[in-house]
Design a protein around this ligand. Structure first.
Ligand code: SF4
Length: 342
């Protein structure tokens, strides 16, 4: 089978930015794929070996999909290939249950992580799966669409009529048309840029997150800022700063690689950094220095509580009684705090 030009999951990213190009799968994506596989296998009646840290997440995903499918009164299917009415738009959905007799279908997508997926009724991915399912079962009248967010332990659902699903086609077409145009002036940067293969050279990132010096904000008198001004400043700049840091570190790594390979980066060079010194051979140095009668050459320090516990598993209570625990509060947006505490 040929590769989809625009898979439903790709449409979801293209709706945010027409230039989005998936980079290599990172740790988060690999974790999501692993969770998907475990949930699919369990839904199919298998008993996969689930790592301890995934047990609750898999159980939540399986139970949620089963409950949603039960609403249709139909058998649940997993990893279903769906082809939409749009040329080159097809893909494999996570979970589906179709009751063609009663005219109702459930389409569910498992999501991991804490990203904002928006509303299922507005999701190009779910709408594309629903449209493809409607194409296959024209008698359907009602769709239950849901994101099963396993890390947040929540299900976001929406119900759409068949007419509402059909009405989404022009929107999906417009997303594809914009992606085909591939006009860099239409690129829109956001948090997702960190997952985009274009991020290092993308004009939207360079001009947006890394604004030229003359466009940077005047540095405020932080000491005189009111609490409202602090909140407004963070709202306005935090995302851009995080994105800029991400991109700058990638660009610096590239500059290092080019220069270390003997290439040139106009205007930039490598200089010796901070010097560090260490014994060529610690054992040999200890013997020689001790034999030479040098003083104060050894010191002993207490290992960390974690290491002490690891080495002395039977003495955890004693070690814990001597440990002071401090948490370092982290600054996050209020919505994020609510999500983390759910
Ligand atoms: S890096 Fe550029 S092309 Fe990629 S998603 Fe961000 S703005 Fe769009």
């Amino acid at each position: 089978m040929s590769h989809a030009l625009y898979s439903p999951s790709r449409l979801a990213m293209l709706a945010k930015c027409r230039g989005f190009l998936s980079g290599p799968a990172g740790e988060a994506a690999e974790r999501g794929t692993e969770l998907d596989k475990l949930i699919t296998a369990t839904l199919n009646g298998e008993s996969p070996a689930v790592p301890a840290e995934f047990i609750e997440l898999v159980a939540f995903g399986v139970q949620s999909h089963r409950l949603m499918a039960e609403e249709t009164g139909a058998e649940l299917e997993t990893q279903v290939f769906v082809r939409t009415s749009l040329h080159g738009v097809y893909g494999t959905l996570d979970v589906r249950a179709v009751n063609a007799f009663d005219g109702v279908a459930y389409i569910g997508d498992t999501k991991s992580g804490y990203g904002d997926r928006g509303e299922p009724a507005e999701s190009p991915q779910l709408l594309a799966y629903a449209e493809g399912t409607l194409r296959e079962y024209p008698s359907l009248e009602r769709f239950i669409l849901a994101f099963v967010e396993v890390d947040r332990r929540r299900v976001i659902r929406a119900e759409l009529t068949a007419d509402e699903v059909r009405a989404a086609l022009p929107r999906l077409t417009a997303i594809i048309a914009a992606a085909r145009e591939d006009d860099p002036l239409g690129y829109v940067s956001g948090r997702y840029c960190g997952y985009c293969a274009r991020s290092v050279t993308c004009p939207a990132v360079v001009s947006g997150a890394l604004a030229p010096v003359e466009q940077r904000p005047v540095i405020p008198d932080v000491g005189a800022m009111t609490a409202d001004a602090v909140g407004a400043f963070l709202d306005r700049y935090m995302d851009r700063v995080e994105l800029a840091e991400q991109v700058v570190s990638q660009v610096k790594a590239k500059a290092h690689a080019v220069l270390e390979a003997g290439g040139e980066v106009p205007g930039w060079t490598l200089v010796a950094g901070r010097r560090t010194r260490k014994w060529t051979s610690e054992a040999e140095a200890a013997d020689v220095l001790e034999a030479a009668g040098l003083r104060n050459m050894f010191e002993t320090t207490l290992v960390s509580p974690a290491k002490a516990e690891k080495e002395n598993k039977d003495a955890k209570a004693l070690i814990a009684s001597l440990v002071e625990t401090k948490t370092n509060p982290k600054l996050v947006k209020c919505e994020q705090e609510k999500e983390l505490s759910q």
